[in-house]
Design a protein around this ligand. Structure first.
Ligand code: SIN
Ligand code: CO
Length: 411
């Protein structure tokens, strides 16, 4: 992200880092966006206009087969839904599902949607990382749907951008511009009352459709199929403030004086709110200000908070010497579920905030780990030579957030 022309004082391979990042962007350019550069895509389409890309991911194979996806939907730490429209009647059920609750692919008109498959499967996570030309703070998850012939979730709109990637089989997408968001009443899922598609395509494996927020869409399977949806996060003011204020309520900061009314006179109107009590509480409310640091840290914690169903597997007892030795040989890699972001001199990881290491080369190494989600053996050796980093990386390894590269990561 920040290519440097001169080597850093540690000899840190920053130009190679830039090349590693650059090649990733170039790959995205080649087919993913249909010949558009990332910059062109962002300027013309992102949050503005849909884009259909034929053979965006040529030679795509579904990261999971149907059986593995159905098995994932049995897991109670995985969010899944089953949408059926048998005999024209919409029904919605939430997982986990026993295998016999998922209809056979010989029966038509059903879809199984499995949320955040990227948190559970490396290949899916790799597929999602093709979209890291949008910052991690905006990337949400990759959902995979398995549909039987004629399966779909009905015409609807999403409030977020989405890349719909056809992974297996064929799906016909019809879309309409934003404008009419009235819903059909009395249904268990949000289906638009009116849907007048203006464009239509049959997507085949490897094809991709990008939709900005608010575009109505309806995808109907033509034969059994699998579709991946890369979704994005965009907090609304209310969503953000609800979380921020709840967090601030835990520790509002500042002194904690208590109301008192020594010397008050008797009241003749027992039900009236005392003027002094009201005035004091009004002042506390109007005078309360979060500090700049508390706001910045909260934003980082908010953006890196792991999903509710994510539990890291902390190693029972980390042998530090062995951990650092393995990392020195192979490098570090972040757990696929770890969210690590940085801003100015703070790093935010899985809902916690830490100060950046004081030395610039160490800070750069941590930024590289965040941007590339891995450090090479050479970089790991440099990181281990810095005591602040050793402390931090040891803590993260103990929490199960970081592993030696190529190690078997928890499922
Ligand atoms: C699906 O995969 O069936 C639905 C995805 C979407 O409409 O966002
Ligand atoms: Co949708």
């Amino acid at each position: 992200m920040h290519p440097q022309s001169k080597p850093s004082p540690t000899g840190l391979p920053t130009t190679r880092t830039a090349r590693r990042q650059g090649s990733r962007a170039a790959r995205a350019d080649a087919t993913l966006l249909g010949g558009l550069s990332v910059d062109e895509f962002l300027r013309i389409h992102w949050q503005r206009e849909p884009l259909l890309v034929r053979a965006a991911l040529p030679d795509i194979k579904p990261p999971l087969d149907t059986q593995a996806l159905i098995e994932l939907a049995q897991d109670d730490s995985v969010q899944s839904r089953l949408v059926t429209s048998f005999s024209g009647r919409w029904q919605l059920a939430h997982g986990p599902f026993e295998p016999d609750q998922v209809p056979s692919l010989r029966q038509s008109r059903w879809t199984l949607l499995v949320q955040a498959v990227n948190l559970h499967d490396d290949c899916t996570n790799k597929l999602m990382s093709r979209f890291r030309f949008i910052p991690d703070a905006r990337l949400d998850d990759l959902m995979i749907s398995l549909a039987a012939n004629q399966g779909g979730v009905g015409p609807h709109l999403d409030s977020y951008d989405v890349f719909l990637v056809q992974l297996w089989g064929k799906r016909r997408w019809r879309i309409a511009p934003p404008g009419n968001d009235r819903l059909k009443p009395g249904l268990p899922l949000k289906i638009l009352a009116q849907f007048e598609p203006t464009q239509e395509w049959l997507l085949e494996p490897g094809d991709m459709l990008y939709l900005p927020p608010g575009w109505a869409h309806d995808g109907i399977a033509e034969g059994p199929c699998m579709t991946g949806s890369v979704g994005f996060r965009a907090p609304s003011r209310h969503e953000f403030l609800r979380e921020f204020l709840a967090d601030a309520a835990e520790s509002p900061g500042g002194p904690d004086p208590r109301f008192g009314d020594r010397g008050r006179s008797r009241t003749a109107r027992a039900a009236e709110v005392p003027v002094g009590l009201h005035r004091q509480m009004r002042r506390w409310a109007l005078d309360w200000r979060p500090t700049e640091k508390s706001v910045n840290d909260f934003i980082g914690r908010f953006l890196t908070e792991p999903a509710a169903n994510v539990f890291f597997d902390a190693p029972p007892r980390l042998n530090e010497a062995r951990f650092f030795e393995a990392s020195r040989r192979a490098g570090f890699q972040l757990d696929r579920r770890t969210r690590l972001l940085y801003r100015a001199s703070r790093f935010h990881i899985n809902g916690e905030s830490v100060a950046a290491p004081r030395l610039r080369p160490a800070r750069k190494l941590l930024q590289t780990l965040a941007d590339l989600r891995e450090l090479t053996a050479h970089e790991a050796g440099q990181a281990i030579a810095n005591s602040e980093l050793t402390q931090l990386l040891g803590d993260w390894a103990r929490a199960g957030w970081l592993h030696p590269a190529n190690s078997r990561m928890p499922p």
